[in-house]
Design a protein around this ligand. Structure first.
Ligand code: NAD
Ligand code: 0WE
Length: 258
């Protein structure tokens, strides 16, 4: 029997087969979970729907997290279909591309708002709607990056958004503990996903990163998926408010190359 047998989970943020969310979905399905997915726009629907079908998904519905109307419609579908929920994976981030290069000080008010809205407030927005469905407790998981605690060149406003996201994890965990709902984050090392494509210098980042980690390698989608599985399942029943690094030991290393 799988560790997620009989559990219902929403996986938000699949764009394609290289998405971190997809890696988590595959492993969760293998452990017996029944899954639901979102997509943003028709282009991504064409990618997400066939993928979701390979995992016998119960729910594949539109959800742009900047829209309260879409949030309400999405969760009312979940309520109708399942009437309950055990876990939710939030694997969503977005910043205007122009704000992910050049000087941080040039960040405009609207680029700041967009990054924080999509990448941080959205966790609160989905939690508010998911929590009433988690009648027997549950687990919320989000994805973050070390750019929240270190100044990573070009990560810029996304670093600020991830710092706010990690704080949001602690406030939600503290708020929802009484309902038996745990809230955690996985801080993943860099992976070449859609969200990393077109980032200038990403290839160099991966080569340098590998040399600077304790394990002397980059992290894989599988590394992140497996740790995520632990955090959404009962295996982590005593863990909440945590930022769990799946980074091959990058954070604990001085980074000097031997
Ligand atoms: P990805 O492009 O596959 O996933 C990002 C997802 O965010 C996409 O599915 C996209 O549709 C979704 N999204 C963007 N705007 C949205 C909106 N308004 N409403 C709903 N969904 C929206 O890339 P990924 O690397 O798998 O990213 C997933 C998460 O992992 C992000 O939070 C990212 O910050 C985090 N992360 C990525 C890395 C990395 O190096 N790839 C490292 C650490 C953390
Ligand atoms: O969180 C991320 C990616 C976030 C992201 C990426 C994009 C690219 C396309 C958010 N918004 C957008 N908007 C786009 O238009 N990562 C952790 C991956 C990442 O992105 C970087 C990195 C790393 C690592 C950007 C600059 C420097 C390093």
């Amino acid at each position: 029997m799988g560790i997620l047998q009989g559990k219902k989970g929403l996986i938000l943020g699949v764009a394609n087969e290289r998405s971190i969310a997809w890696s988590i979905a595959r492993l969760a399905h293998r452990e017996g979970a029944t899954l639901g997915f979102n997509f943003v726009g028709e282009a991504l629907e064409k990618r997400v729907r066939p993928l979701a079908e390979t995992l016998d998904a119960d729910i594949v519905e539109p959800l742009d997290v900047t829209s309260d109307a879409q949030l309400d419609a999405f969760f009312s579908k979940v309520e109708k279909k399942w009437g309950g929920l055990d876990f939710l994976v939030h694997s969503i981030a977005f910043a205007n591309k122009a704000s992910l290069r050049g000087r941080f000080i040039e960040t405009s008010r609207s680029d700041f708002h967009l990054a924080l809205d999509v990448s941080c407030y959205s966790l609160v927005a989905v939690a508010r709607r998911a929590v009433p469905l988690m009648k027997e407790g549950g687990s919320l998981l989000t994805l973050t990056y070390i750019g929240s605690i270190r100044a990573v060149p070009n990560y810029n406003v996304m670093g600020v958004a991830k710092a706010a996201l990690e704080s949001t994890v602690r406030y939600l965990a503290s708020d929802l503990g009484t309902e038996g709902i745990r809230v955690n984050a996985v801080s993943a090392g860099p992976i070449k996903t859609l969200a990393a494509s077109g980032i200038s210098g990403f290839k160099e980042l991966l080569t340098n990163y590998e040399k600077a980690t304790a394990l002397k390698r980059n992290v894989s989608l599988d590394d992140v998926g497996k740790s995520a599985l632990y955090l959404v399942s009962d295996l982590s029943s005593g863990v909440t408010g945590e930022v769990h690094y799946v980074d091959a030991g990058f954070r604990i290393s001085l980074g000097l190359i031997r």
